[in-house]
Each structure stands twice: as C-alpha cells, then as structure tokens.
Design a protein around this ligand. Structure first.
Ligand SMILES: C[S@@+](CC[C@H](N)C(=O)[O-])C[C@H]1O[C@@H](n2cnc3c(N)ncnc32)[C@H](O)[C@@H]1O
Length: 393
C-alpha cells in the first residue's frame, strides 16, 4: 500500500472484535486487536473512511513520531527536534491528551506539560509568538502515549470523539453512548432482516443506530467536522469522494423499527432526535409501558437498556427485572431479546435462562449484554419438539 502507516482506532472495551470486523470490511490489511483499540495498516484514504463510516470507532490516531526517553527533560529535548512549525501556525490552537505507564513517567499531566513546553518554546524562539492551547476544540489534537521509555506521538484525526454523531441534540437521563449502541446491535448479530424494537428507548439512541445500520447511513452522516480537516495535508477532493461513495449506498429498510418508553419526557426527547436525524418516518415511536407493548407481527429482535447503575432511581430494581421477565415471556414469543445491565443480582429476577452473556463496558461500568430466546409455546413444548427432531435424525 502506497504511503502506508499503522493506524490506531480506539473503541470501548468489549467492542474490539466488532471494530476489527468493520475495519476489515473496508479492505484494511494486517488488522490486530489490542485492549480498547485495533491496529491496521492504512493510509489517508482508509483513515478518512474509518472516520466517516465505522460505527464502533471512537478515535482514529495517526502515528507521527516514536522515540525513547527516560525523563521529562529527555522528552522535552527529543520533542524539540520535531519541526512543529510545519504542523501548526502561530494562530492555530492545540491540545495534548497523554497516557503514561511504566517506571519512568508517572504523571500524564506533567508529561503533557513538558511536551507543550517543547512546542511553544520552539515557536517563541523562532517567531516570538506561540500557538495557544484549546482543550475543547483545538486545531491539532496530539496524543502522547508513553510506555516505559517508549514515547509515541500520534495525531488525532477524528477531533471530537466519533460517538458524538451529531444527531443527539438532547438527552434524557443515562443516555447510552452511540458507539456502544452501534456495537451492541452488531454483537447481537442482527442483519436488518427482521423487525427491531427498543421498549425502553430513552433518548432514542438504540433505534436511531439500528436505523442507521439498516439503511446504511454512514456513522458520520450528521457530523460536519473532523480533526484531519485542519491538517496541512487535508485532501478535500478525496474526502468528498469518500463521503459521496458512502452516502450513495444509503437504502430503504423493509422491516419495522419500534421505539417506546414509559416516560413522556424521554419520548419527547427521542422525538426531537429522530426529527433531527430525518428518521421520524422510519421509526415508530410510542409512549408506552413495556408491559403494555404488543410488538409488530413477524420475526423480530428486541434490544433494550433497562435502568441500572442508578438503583436509587427505582424503588425496587428487582421488581423491575421480574416484570421484564414476565413481559418477555408473555408479549415477546418468538423474539430474540437482548438487554444490557451491570446488575447481576437484579438480572436473576428476570427468571429466564440466558442463552448468551457478552461482557461489555458502559463507560466505567462492567456490564453483560444478555440474550434470551423466547420460544413460541411453553418451554416444555420446545423441549418436546427438540426431542422429536432428535429421534427423526
Ligand atoms: C437507561 S434508560 C435508557 C437510555 C437509552 N438507551 C438512551 O440511550 O437514552 C432506561 C429507560 O427505561 C425507561 N423505563 C423504565 N421502566 C420502564 C418500563 N417498565 N416500560 C417502559 N420504559 C421503562 C425509563 O423511562 C428510561 O428512559
């Protein structure tokens, strides 16, 4: 591959394999899994494609320099060797995100500060003025990774984290990260080949991500800014070609997507997010208790995010999960049902045997993404049917 380098794409813990599959589908070579990240061989074109289309990517980092240092002073000296004025102008801004581990560097903030000093001192010496720091919306976001004495400087091509898709203008309490929602949908194995339902939709994240997945709407469709757009080598023609190609694959979806919540406030928020994403006609939104929901006819998958991690909000969380179990058994026969929770004790109150439990992290919370297959008829009927099939074989 011409002009190739090793791209680092970050994701949430538990979604590494989904991310790797998405990146491989773009034709990337030498894809390798790390903890919360995936490495691949790439170039500018692939970097732009991941930024625009990959649903489980949080950040795409381009390695810039690797050197060795055992102290902050060595870091400063080595960083001064870099020609920063080829990368930044005096009226631009920058920010540094640092992660350090090992024996030589123990304070990420201090390492970041020394790198910042190296950059601004170089500008001051040459021009008498220096670029400023802007941590919220910098022109250049620099990642400093130090492991033992190995120092890596990478540039953040995404800018603002890619989970900020741009469609969520408002959120209700405990909104799910968009990248996690997209990851759960892919972990469930849903191929957009049957109906999709979220019966506790809150701000609407899961149904919006489901619609985007089903209709091939690129992950970055509602965004208009990426970090690489401020880089000196930004290739606008290439970017527009990649965008047009991805947008031309947007298609209709033949099944139904339903979203509901018992809270009027949540439904109003979801409604405004759906409208912003131009998906009001594609997602059927209702204010309803899960217990009163009769799902659409035909095969379907239910993916939802019940309350958890905020026990105080619910009077009796065990009772919430018991009611979930009863509703799944009675209203969702024939459905594949998935829920995410960090509450192993409450989960037992569902009273159904999970057929799969996948570890995923919702920010700092270690959760399980749990699958229940709700069979038509009783469990006894199902066992009898399976026994019948066994004898036929
Ligand atoms: C953790 S939030 C869901 C967040 C959502 N995934 C998002 O991204 O915004 C849980 C939601 O479940 C809803 N809920 C709780 N019990 C419910 C029930 N029995 N029926 C319907 N909705 C319920 C709450 O109103 C709340 O909006």
């Amino acid at each position: 591959m011409e002009d190739s380098y090793q791209l680092v794409t970050k994701t949430a813990a538990g979604l590494e394999e989904v991310l790797a599959a998405e990146i491989k589908a773009l034709g990337a070579k030498n894809v390798r899994l790390l903890h919360r990240a995936v490495l691949c061989e790439g170039n500018k074109e692939l970097m732009y494609r991941i930024n625009y289309t990959v649903r489980t990517a949080l950040k795409v980092l381009k390695p810039f320099k690797t050197f060795y240092a055992k102290s902050e002073d060595q870091l400063y000296k080595q960083a001064q060797e870099i020609h920063w004025f080829e990368l930044l102008t005096t009226d631009q801004t920058f920010a540094i995100d640092a992660v350090v581990s090992g024996n030589f560097f123990t304070h990420s903030q201090y390492a970041a500060l020394r790198l910042k000093d190296a950059i601004v001192d170089q500008f001051r010496d040459v021009y008498g003025i220096r670029p400023s720091i802007n941590t919220l919306n910098p022109d250049l976001r620099i990642n400093l990774h130090i492991r033992q004495d190995k120092v890596q400087i990478l540039f953040d091509s995404s800018g603002e984290s890619l989970h900020k898709r741009g469609y969520r203008k408002q959120v209700d309490k405990a909104p799910m990260n968009e990248v996690l929602a997209a990851g759960l949908i892919q972990l469930s194995g849903w191929q957009a080949d049957c109906n999709f339902i979220d019966c506790m939709c809150g701000s609407g994240t899961l149904p919006i991500e489901a619609a985007m997945f089903a209709m091939n709407i690129p992950a970055g469709y509602y965004r208009n800014r990426w970090g690489f757009m401020k880089w000196p080598d930004y290739d606008e023609a290439l970017w527009l070609r990649i965008k047009e190609e991805a947008d031309s694959r947007i298609c209709d979806f033949d099944h139904e997507i339903w979203a509901s919540d018992r809270s009027a406030k949540a439904v109003a928020i979801a409604e405004s997010n759906l409208a912003y994403a131009h998906l009001s006609h594609d997602i059927h939104l209702m204010k309803k208790n899960m217990e009163d929901l009769t799902p659409p006819e035909g095969r379907g998958i239910l993916i939802f995010n019940p309350p958890y991690g905020d026990r105080l909000e619910e009077d009796d969380i065990d009772q919430v999960y018991e009611s979930i179990g009863n509703t799944l058994k009675h209203n969702f026969k024939g459905f594949q049902c998935w829920l995410i929770t960090d509450d192993a004790v409450a989960l037992k109150h569902v009273g159904l045997k999970p057929s799969e439990k996948i570890p995923v992290w919702n920010g700092p919370l270690e959760c399980r993404f749990v699958r229940f297959d709700i069979f038509e008829g009783s469990y006894k009927d199902m066992k009898a049917k399976n026994a019948g099939n066994d004898t036929e074989d």
